[in-house]
Write a protein of this length. Structure first.
Ligand code: SF4
Length: 375
């Protein structure tokens, strides 16, 4: 089983913290959609197996018109073998989700919405320069529920000066809205973002790691009590609503990434497209793929496996590590894991190494310590 990821590189305005690839000019939108479809054709032999998930990310895929969405779906369904019940997710921003837009999306093949709410509070939304307001955040979800059952919302924690109370209110609003899936990320300050500059100029307080950790731990408590499972570090789902797209990614399934800046993986190689809309359009028009490729070594694959699996509730299966990477990696993993097991930050049960409750917030750092380094 494989997946298709489609990057829609347009946004109405730039959120202060964002370092994804997007343009706020829509001038090249038509040409870019044509190029996406052409890239799908160019690369249709690249992916083996039936397509189980299709994911529209960005950027802001909810800026696609009905015709543009139709054009992309027609290209996919005419050229790829898609399973009978694919998961087809579209990332949407609340300000785009009018009743009319939701009708269009529901009439298309999209069957899962991922809504970029980030916060239900006006002050947070303004600070992050989001294009939507509090009312749009609430209304978009209420209206979306009339058209979609499978809805995820994104929330950001660790926002400067966000108190635990305000974070709890955000979570409680999400629970009242009764969505079956929540993805939540700590606000991170990436280089070259407006957020970084605003913090450097003293206009916004720096991000506080300890506050973020408290928010994260509160979130686990509140959401687990409400029946969500924290099936991956940043993802919480009610039974039956775990993201098939994300789960496939963590399990190393191949996917085709279409569009500027999109990444692909075929089981051995990672490929990433150029992150420039104009250069992307020009190259695709000539029938060329503007991408760089990196072949993964066994060590790269082992390190990625450790990093992604440790973030999930499924953990790292020791027999699987031995089967995929060999005895040396298995022995190394168990040796390096020992002091985290002694400290109660990792658990080893039924031949599965997983992060303990206490180690959860530290999972990326722990994974890095388990990496194999080729000297
Ligand atoms: S809408 Fe999403 S992709 Fe666009 S600027 Fe904001 S965070 Fe970035």
């Amino acid at each position: 089983m494989s997946g298709i990821y489609i990057h829609i590189p347009f946004c109405k305005q730039a959120c202060h913290y964002c370092d994804f690839h997007f343009s706020t000019s829509m001038k090249k939108k038509d040409e870019l959609i044509d190029a996406l479809c052409k890239e799908l054709l160019l690369r249709k032999e690249e992916i083996a197996g039936d397509i189980e998930t299709i994911y529209f990310g960005g950027g802001t895929p909810s800026l696609l018109t009905s015709e543009e969405l139709q054009q992309i779906f027609e290209t996919i369904f005419a050229n790829f073998s898609v399973v009978k019940d694919p998961e087809i997710t579209l990332e949407a921003n609340p300000d785009d989700l009018s009743e009319e837009k939701l009708k269009i999306l529901a009439a298309s093949s999209v069957n899962r919405l991922s809504i970029g709410v980030q916060s239900f509070f006006e002050a947070d939304l303004k600070m992050m320069n989001r294009a939507h307001n509090q009312q749009e955040a609430l209304e978009s979800i209420e209206t979306a529920k009339n058209y979609f059952d499978n809805i995820s919302i994104d929330l950001i924690y660790g926002i400067p000066q966000m108190s635990n109370e305000r974070w709890l209110q955000n979570l409680n609003i999400a629970l009242e809205l009764n969505v079956p899936h929540i993805s939540s990320y700590a606000l991170t300050v990436e280089p070259k973002t407006a957020l970084k500059k605003l913090i450097e100029k003293g206009k916004i307080s720096p991000v506080d790691e300890d506050a973020a950790k408290e928010h994260y731990e509160l979130m686990i408590e509140v959401l687990e009590t409400a029946g969500f499972e924290n099936y991956e570090f940043s993802n919480f789902g009610k039974p039956g609503y775990f993201s098939r797209n994300n789960t496939a990614y963590w399990f190393g399934k191949p996917y085709l990434g279409i569009g500027p800046s999109a990444h692909s993986f075929d089981g051995n190689n990672r490929k990433w497209n150029i992150n420039n809309n104009i250069l992307y359009i020009k190259a695709i028009a000539k029938g060329e793929l503007p991408a760089e490729v990196e072949e993964l070594s066994t060590t790269d694959k082992y390190n990625e496996h450790v990093m992604t699996r440790l973030r999930t509730k499924w953990g790292i299966s020791i027999p699987e590590v031995e089967e995929k990477f060999g005895e040396t990696y298995k022995t190394y993993l168990l040796k390096e894991a020992q002091h985290f097991l002694d400290d109660g930050l990792l658990d080893l049960n039924d031949d599965k190494l997983s992060i303990s409750k206490r180690g959860k917030f530290l999972s990326d750092g722990i994974a890095a310590d388990l990496f194999f380094i080729n000297l």
